[in-house]
Design a protein around this ligand. Sequence first.
Ligand code: AMP
Ligand code: GLY
Length: 428
Amino acid sequence: MNILLLGSGGREHALAWKMSQSALCSQLFIAPGNAGTEACGTNVPIAVTDFDAIGKFCKDNNVEMVVVGPEEPLVKGIYDFFKADNALKHIAVIGPSREGAQLEGSKAFAKAFMQRYNIPTAAYREFDTENYEEGLVYLHAHATPIVLKADGLAAGKGVIICQNHVEAVAEFELMIQQSKFGDASKKVVVEDFLSGIELSVFVLTDGKSYVVLPEAKDYKRIGVGDKGLNTGGMGAVSPVAFADAPFMKKVIDRVVEPTIQGLKKEKITYKGFIFIGLIKVGDDPYVIEYNCRMGDPETEAVIPRLKNDLVELFKATDAQQLDTVSMETDPRKTVTVVAVSGGYPGEYEKGNRIDGLELLNEDDILVFHAGTKREDNDIVTNGGRVLAVTAFGESVKRASEKSKAILQIIEFDGMYYRTDIGYEFYES
Ligand code: AMP
Ligand code: GLY
């Protein structure tokens, strides 16, 4: 079967790497892809939101499956676009319908959904220009810290944790009255601050049944010791030692099951990944957010641990046969360390040559490309997050040492990476 994967990050390189190993995959196309995905298939210069061009490409190239990496095309309704077109509707689209993608596309939708199904999450209220004054009163009476969330997609920047009331009121005003995040912050969710350790749980659902992938933890801050600015993600580790069997049972019973049952009950079409961002408060899981896709860089740590054929899993997802699948996981640990461009998450340069990639050939090390592109015979930087290096190890510490050893061979101007990914789990 010919498959088209949408996206261009480290997540997509990891998915492409895994799918290209499947006997079910004849031709793999990646739109737009990066310099790493070239080794797994054919890059196609089409933007992930250009639905007309994507549809035409699928018709012209006999594509039978589209796997959607990032959230934007999902929230914009790529699933519905395919299903509404007679010449495209036979194509399996791995990703939820526009309505299902609201779990990520609207924080207010996700909170109301969780409330309807008693899924544990922080208490909240939602505000817009209509009840703005009421919002101010609510903020003043709220214990600090206060969490403000832009309702819509805000490129990962829409969550602000305010330490005091002055800051909260100022941000609230900026978001609602000054459109700080454009239309995404016309509506704002104000929620209680939860204190605990975070982890990410990944579910693949066919709308009836589901499978759970290995869990992971990502490291969002730029600096060692979780200090400094928030980024798209500087690294990840899988498994997560504190997510033991009793804890994961709570996650399944209290979060995953009611989520799937809720989607079913509301007849929301969902054939794709659900990424559940959780926080462990005491011994209990609370949902921080849903995403309608896999995480990045978590995918680069999780997918290498998956022993199943990923295309087979996607076929079962489309056919609503995930109940017949059993998951197999590599027991080894993975640590993914992301190398970023100097200055990221602020301003950074692009176009710097990356050296050393040709020297790497260890088979338990995977170098996934994120922001890279080919320029003549060179591979150059093309984004903030440039490479994601994943190593396997019997322990987290060993895996982390291996990733870092590889990063010492790779060079580009301004290269930076965190040296402490997985630090809380070095003993595991
Ligand atoms: P998000 O953009 O939804 O991933 O949120 C960004 C980060 O904000 C999360 O990874 C958490 O670290 C933090 N966060 C979000 N909601 C809360 C909350 N209710 N309590 C504490 N931290 C939160
Ligand atoms: N690593 C967090 C995300 O993909 O949203």
